[in-house]
Write a protein that binds this ligand. Structure first.
Ligand code: DAH
Length: 330
C-alpha cells in the first residue's frame, strides 16, 4: 500500500509538469482528486483492506499525499486564473483620457505673490528668515524694552526663555541688516505666530510682508511715496488713503496707513493696512550701521486681512481649514 501511495505521488508529479492551462489542470483534478474515480480518492477506499497494525502509518501517508496533491492543484489554479483575468483586460483606445487634478495656489500665496511682484519691480530683493526666532532678533535688537508688553506670554509663544515663534516679520530686517551692507532694498514675507484667542477675526498664525530700505538720504517722503504708489497699484488708482501717527519701538517717527474700504451694499470705513516708519537709530546701531551716514524706512503689512478684503471673506479661520470646497473657488 505504501508503495502504491509513493507511485501515485510520482505519477502525479510527472503529470503536474505537463499542465499548461486550466483545461489540463481540470483533467489532472479528475484523474487524481475527483470523488469516485480519482486515484488519490480511491486509495482511501483501499484503506479498509490494510492490516490493522499498519493502518495508522498508511493512513498518515495517504493524508499527506492528499494534502500535497490538493495544494499543488490549488496553487496552479490560482496562477492560471489570475493570468486569464489580466489578459482579459482589453484596452479601449477610444476612451477619453483621464483628467489630472492640478492643485491651485492658495489665495494667501496669490495675494503674497501680487504684493512681492509689485516691490520686485522696484528693485526689492526677497528674503526669508526662520519662524523659530530668538528673543534677540524678535525683540531686543528691534529696540523693545525688556518689560515691553509684546514680550508677554499672552502674545508670544515662547519655546524656551530665549527662543520663541516670531510674532512679526520684523526680525528678518535685523538679519538682513546684519548680513548685508547698505544700500538695502528688501522684502521679507513669512508666517508669524501670536498666542491669541481664536475667532473669526484672529488666528494663532498669520502672514506678513516686511519691507526695508536703507541708504544715504532716505526720507519719510520716499516712504510715503512708495507706499502710496503700492496702494494705487494694489487697490486701484483712485483708492482713498491716509497716514496716521503711531508708535513702534523700532521706528521713529512711526505711522499707520489706512485705505478706504467700501464693501458692496455696506457703509464704507477706513481700514488699517500696514505699520511703517523711519528705522530707529538704535536699531541701526544694533546692527553696526552708522546712523549718521545712513537712514532708512521700514513697513510691515498683514496678508490675511488684505486677502479677506479682496475676496469678501469674513472669517479668517476658513483660510487655514484646507477645505477643498473653499480652495477650489479661486
Ligand atoms: N512688526 C509690526 C507688527 O507686527 C508691523 C510693523 C510696523 C513693521 C512698523 C514695520 C514697521 O517694519 O516699520 O505689528
Amino acid at each position: 500500500m505504501i508503495n502504491k501511495i509513493e507511485d501515485t505521488r510520482k505519477n502525479f508529479d510527472d503529470d503536474l509538469v505537463k499542465v499548461t492551462n486550466l483545461a489540463d489542470l481540470e483533467e489532472l483534478r479528475i484523474k487524481y482528486l475527483s470523488r469516485g474515480q480519482g486515484l488519490v480518492s480511491n486509495l482511501f477506499g483501499s484503506l479498509k483492506d490494510v492490516k490493522k497494525d499498519d493502518k495508522p502509518k498508511v493512513g498518515q501517508a495517504l493524508n499527506q499525499l492528499k494534502i500535497y496533491t490538493q495544494a499543488k492543484y490549488d496553487e496552479l489554479k490560482e496562477k492560471f486564473e489570475t493570468e486569464v483575468n489580466s489578459s482579459k483586460q482589453i484596452i479601449d483606445l477610444t476612451l477619453p483620457g483621464r483628467k489630472r487634478e492640478i492643485g491651485s495656489k492658495h489665495i494667501l500665496i496669490q495675494t503674497l505673490n501680487e504684493i512681492t511682484d509689485i516691490f520686485k519691480g522696484w528693485g526689492f530683493s526677497v528674503y526669508e528668515g526662520p519662524e523659530l526666532e530668538s528673543d534677540y532678533y524678535n525683540f531686543e535688537a528691534l529696540n523693545f524694552a525688556p518689560d515691553h508688553p509684546a514680550r508677554d506670554m499672552q502674545d508670544t509663544f515662547f519655546i524656551t526663555e530665549k527662543f520663541l515663534l516670531r510674532t512679526h516679520t520684523s526680525p528678518v530686517q535685523v538679519r538682513v541688516m546684519t548680513e548685508n551692507k547698505p544700500p538695502i532694498r528688501a522684502l521679507m514675507p513669512g508666517k508669524v505666530f501670536r498666542n491669541e484667542a481664536i475667532s473669526a477675526k484672529s488666528y494663532c498664525l498669520f502672514h506678513q510682508v516686511e519691507g526695508l530700505v536703507i541708504d544715504t538720504d532716505i526720507t519719510f517722503a520716499e516712504l510715503k511715496g512708495t507706499l502710496v504708489a503700492f496702494a494705487k497699484l494694489f487697490y486701484g488708482q483712485e483708492v482713498p488713503y491716509r497716514f496716521r501717527a503711531s508708535f513702534f519701538p523700532f521706528t521713529e517717527p512711526s505711522a499707520e496707513m489706512d485705505v478706504w474700504w467700501q464693501p458692496k451694499g455696506k457703509p464704507g470705513r477706513w481700514l488699517e493696512i500696514l505699520g511703517c516708519g523711519m528705522v530707529d537709530p538704535n536699531v541701526l546701531i544694533n546692527v553696526d550701521i552708522d546712523p549718521e551716514k545712513y537712514t532708512g524706512y521700514a513697513f510691515g503689512m498683514g496678508i490675511e486681512r488684505t486677502a479677506m478684503r479682496k475676496y469678501g471673506i469674513d472669517d479668517i479661520r476658513i483660510l487655514f481649514d484646507n477645505d477643498k470646497r473653499f480652495l477650489t473657488q479661486f
